[in-house]
Design a protein around this ligand. Structure first.
Ligand SMILES: [Zn+2]
Ligand SMILES: [Zn+2]
Length: 104
């Protein structure tokens, strides 16, 4: 008589449904719909717009407008440096200019 018994369960990585029948889970998994979400980001502050929500053109316009706003507001270095550290380097850039050299 065996003292120990093991059984292998196969688990769907998407919803967690499991079964001892590997084929069943493979068939089940194939039925999941894969959803792709595209997001357009402002590369300075990392704010993003969903393409599914805004449409690709609008999303790109929004991100471009955000970028231009930083430029216009003159906060591009400050915002970029902050976003760089907050996002772990994904957005923005690390160099901060030491104030504006405008003769004051
Ligand atoms: Zn599933
Ligand atoms: Zn921005």
């Amino acid at each position: 008589m065996k003292m120990i018994k093991t059984r292998t369960f196969y688990k769907c990585p998407v919803c967690g449904k499991n079964s001892t029948d590997r084929g069943e889970i493979q068939r089940h998994f194939a039925q999941h719909t894969i959803i792709a979400e595209e997001i357009v980001y402002c590369s300075i502050c990392g704010e993003g717009w969903y393409v599914n929500y805004w449409g690709e053109r609008r999303a790109r316009q929004k991100a471009a407008a955000c970028f231009l706003n930083h430029k216009k507001a003159g906060d591009i270095d400050e915002t970029a440096a902050r976003a760089f550290f907050l996002s772990g380097g994904e957005f923005g850039y690390p160099t901060v200019r030491e104030g504006k050299n405008d003769g004051t």
